[in-house]
Design a protein around this ligand. Sequence first.
Ligand code: AMP
Length: 495
Amino acid sequence: MSALPGDTLRGLLAAVHDGNGDPFLLDADGSVTHTYADAARRSAQLAHALAARGAAPGERVAVQVAKSAEAIMVYLACVRAGYVLLPMNTGYTADEVAYLVGDARPVVVLDDERLAELGEQAHTMPTTFTDHAATPDELAAILYTSGTTGRPKGAMLSQRNLASNSATLAELWGFRPGDVLLHALPIFHTHGLFVATNCSIANGSPMVFLERFDADEVVRALPRCTVMMGVPTFYTRLLTHEGFGPDACRSMRLFISGSAPLLASVHDEFRARTGHAILERYGMTETSMLTSNPLDGERRPGTVGFALPGVDVRVVDDDGRVVSSGEVGGIEVRGPNVFAGYWGRPELTATEFAADGWFRTGDVGMFDADGYLHIVGRSKDLIISGGLNVYPKEIEDVIDGLDGVLESAVVGVPDADFGEAVVAIVVAATGADPEPAALRAAARERLAAFKVPKRVHVVDALPRNAMGKVEKAVLRRRFETGDETGPGPGAGDVS
Ligand code: AMP
C-alpha cells in the first residue's frame, strides 16, 4: 500500500468526504447499514447543525453518548469542520461530566437526548459541506485520561498526532482492499475511536460495527471479517465460547490486542485453538500507538514488539540514562504522535516531559536481546518492600504459571515492617481451588524471599475497567488490611 497522508485527519479520512457508494458500516449479519456516501451526507448535515449551535473550528464539542453510527458521524463532522472532539466515557457520572465541561468549556455538549435533537435538526441541513482546511498543528481532539489519583486530565491531540499514527498503523498492519474490520470497542477511547475507526476509514473499507462486545454476536460476525481489534478480555471471552474456533476465523487474517497486557497463556491458547498468533501492540491516550509486534515475523507472547516507524522509544534509569537491553527502566517516547500537552495544565505538562523533550509514559519496561519491548508495569505500581524494588509483573508471571491459577494481580500495600508488603490476588483456574499457603510456598521456590507475596487472596474475578485494565487502585484499597477474604468483585463490563 502506498503511504497514506498523515498530516491531517481530513487528508487521512478522505474516503468520507469523497463519499462513494462503498460500504462503510455493516451489522453483525453483514448487511450494509451505511455507505461512504451516507457518511459524507450525514457528516455534512451534522457539521452544519453543530455550526448552527455555535461550533466553529477550534471550539470543543463534548459527547457522552451510546455507541452508534450517528456518534461516528458526529466524529466525522468534527473532522470535516475542524471542531475539537471531546469524547467522554459513557460510565462517567454527572459530577465527572460537570468537571470535564467546566475544564474544557465546550460550546456544545451532547448526551443521547441532545444528540437525538441535533440529529432531527440536521435532517433539514444541506448534505454537502465545505471542509475546514485544518493545519497539522491544529487540535483535533481532547481525550481525558485519569491516573489512579487526581482529576482526569485532557490530553490535547493535534491533527498530525492522530493522522500520522493511523497512517502508520494502517500500513504496518497491512490494511488492504477487501478488509473488513470487526469493531466491538467503545468509541470514547483512543483504541476504538482512533486506532480502529481511523485505520478502517483510511483504508476506505467497511467495519462490522457492534454496539458492544457480545461473544455470541462476535462469533456470528467473524466469518465475514478479516481483522479484529480488541482488549485482552475480548480474547479470553472468545476462548470460553463453545462456537469459537477455526471455522469462525476462516476469513480472518489478523487479530490485534492492546490497552492492557495479554497473558502469554491466552496468546498460546488462542493460537492452539485458531492457528492465529494475536498481534499485541502498546500505546496510550497521550501518544496513540507506540510499539507493535510484527505483521510478518515472530509475534512474541508477553511482549509489545518494536517501536513503530517514525516513533522513538527508549528505556531509562532514574537519572535519565538509557539502560542496556535486559535492564528495566522507565519508558520514554517521542515522535509526531506524541500529544501537545494537557489542556490548561502547563505545569503538569512540563513535569511529564524529560528535559530533552521525550515524554515519560509512566510505564516501566525492558527491551530483550532481540529488541522486543516488555512492559513490566506502571511506575506507580512499583512496590518497594524493605527497600527493595519489586516489579509486580515478575511476580504475576510466576504465580500465573502455578497449578490451579488462571490469573493474578500483585499490588503493594502499606506495611509497618517493610514499608510496603507484596500482596497477590489470584483467580483460580476452572475447577481448581488453590490454597493460599501452597501458592506462597510454590512461589518461594521460584522467587527471592523479599518478592514472595506476604498474603495471597483468592477471588472470583479481578476488577477491570472499560478497557480491560485491572484496577490495581481498587485492589490496593480492598486488600490494604489482611481481613479481606470474601469473593472478588465481578469483572467490569468491557464495552
Ligand atoms: P490509556 O491511556 O487508557 O490507553 O492507557 C494506557 C496504558 O495502558 C499504558 O500506559 C500502559 O500502561 C497500558 N497498556 C496499553 N497497552 C498495553 C499492552 N499491550 N500491554 C501492557 N500494558 C498496556
